[in-house]
Write a protein that binds this ligand. Structure first.
Ligand SMILES: NC(=O)C1=CN([C@@H]2O[C@H](COP(=O)(O)OP(=O)(O)OC[C@H]3O[C@@H](n4cnc5c(N)ncnc54)[C@H](OP(=O)(O)O)[C@@H]3O)[C@@H](O)[C@H]2O)C=CC1
Ligand SMILES: Nc1nc(=O)c2c([nH]1)NC[C@@H]1CN(c3ccc(C(=O)N[C@@H](CCC(=O)O)C(=O)O)cc3)C=[N+]21
Length: 291
């Protein structure tokens, strides 16, 4: 079998176009653009690249982008003061503080300082709790993008066996929550899992969010499985995922590539969440399912 390649770049372009239309409608109704503030601390080159592409995509979708760059040695209190100002700024609908932060700054304190209504990353414990309990909130961009790709590929996920490899707060845990909400049967695997290959062998859906290049092997997969590769690993030969693409593509029915899979969807969903935040914050009616 040779797997279908799930075109995340094309899916992201579609979503960005829908967000663009809805952003224009928002501006007409609210009399202002939806706005996203992105905060970058330090100059990690990869983070700087992401922040720039987020800013460009925000403007291209007809929304306002506010970029804040702080020195790597900024005091935690100064970063918190910036978050307070953004929380209070009516032009700002969404706030994203790029992670990871320098060691001397406590990420959990910064994330908890963002008001949940502007937490378009969905990282605030209130939004994590809302996802876990089935309430309306914000869902982290990467797992929501993965779910959109899975639904486009498979339709209804009811009763599908899914294995999520990784249990981080930003990918693995919310991914498992979304799959559970979609009525899949979900296994969460991590570094202490016994017989990972045995779990993967039973899965109709495999989501890999491990952070180890080409970790998941094609031989582990059930023939016909759908594979979502969240991993972004920089190697000498370029960008690779957490899945060994060539061996997996000979067993799976469908697979996301790296680059061009989950990554572009993450940014498109960030724009979607920002627009949804704008409509909610401005109290303008909007059919969120239209995105
Ligand atoms: N495409 C995108 O938009 C995004 C991509 N990423 C990428 O996704 C990957 C995961 O990111 P993130 O969740 O933040 O990473 P973390 O490092 O926070 O989490 C990695 C998870 O993988 C688990 N793990 C590590 N080693 C193994 C192993 N040998 N077997 C099974 N599980 C293992 C860890 O287990 P344990 O909990 O036991 O330590 C942990 O739960 C990275 O490559 C990252 O770059 C991340 C965000 C967005
Ligand atoms: N507060 C916060 N929110 C995040 O959502 C967040 C973050 N911090 N820190 C870092 C991770 C990583 N992340 C990616 C976004 C886009 C691509 C992406 O567009 N990737 C392209 C390739 C880009 C390249 O070539 O480097 C692709 O996969 O095709 C990847 C990874 C968001 N993250």
């Amino acid at each position: 079998m040779t797997a279908r390649i799930i075109d995340g770049k094309a899916a992201a372009a579609d979503l960005r176009a829908r967000v663009g239309d809805a952003a224009a409608a928002f501006e007409a109704k609210a009399g202002r653009k939806a706005g996203l503030a992105v905060v970058l601390v330090g100059e990690d080159p990869a983070s700087a690249v992401y922040v720039r592409s987020k800013g460009k995509a925000t403007v291209a979708a007809g929304m306002a982008s506010f970029e804040h760059r702080l020195d790597a040695d900024v005091a935690e209190a100064d970063l918190l003061a910036l978050v307070d100002r953004l929380n209070a700024d009516p032009a700002v609908d969404g706030i994203l503080v790029q992670l990871p932060l320098p060691k001397h700054i406590r990420e959990s304190v910064v994330i908890e300082r963002i008001v949940p209504e502007k937490d378009v990353d969905g990282f605030h414990p209130v939004n994590a709790g809302r996802l876990a309990t089935g309430l309306e909130g914000f869902v982290p961009c990467t797992p929501l993008g993965c779910l959109m790709l899975l639904k486009t590929e498979l339709g209804d996920l009811t009763g599908k066996d899914a294995v999520v490899i990784g249990r981080s707060n930003i990918v693995g845990k919310p991914m498992a929550a979304l799959l559970t909400r979609a009525s899949a049967t979900v296994t969460i695997a991590h570094s202490r899992t016994k017989d990972l290959a045995g779990h993967v062998a039973r899965a109709d859906i495999v989501v890999a969010a491990v952070g180890i290049a080409q970790f998941v092997k094609g031989e582990w997969l059930k023939p016909g499985a759908t594979v979502i590769d969240v991993g972004i690993n920089r190697t000498d030969t370029g960008l690779v995922g957490d899945v060994d693409f060539d061996s997996a593509a000979s067993v799976a029915a469908a697979i996301t590539p790296v680059p061009g899979g989950v990554g572009p969807m993450t940014i498109a969903v960030l724009l979607r969440n920002t627009l949804v935040a704008a409509y909610r914050n401005a109290d303008v009616a909007f059919d969120e399912d239209s995105l």
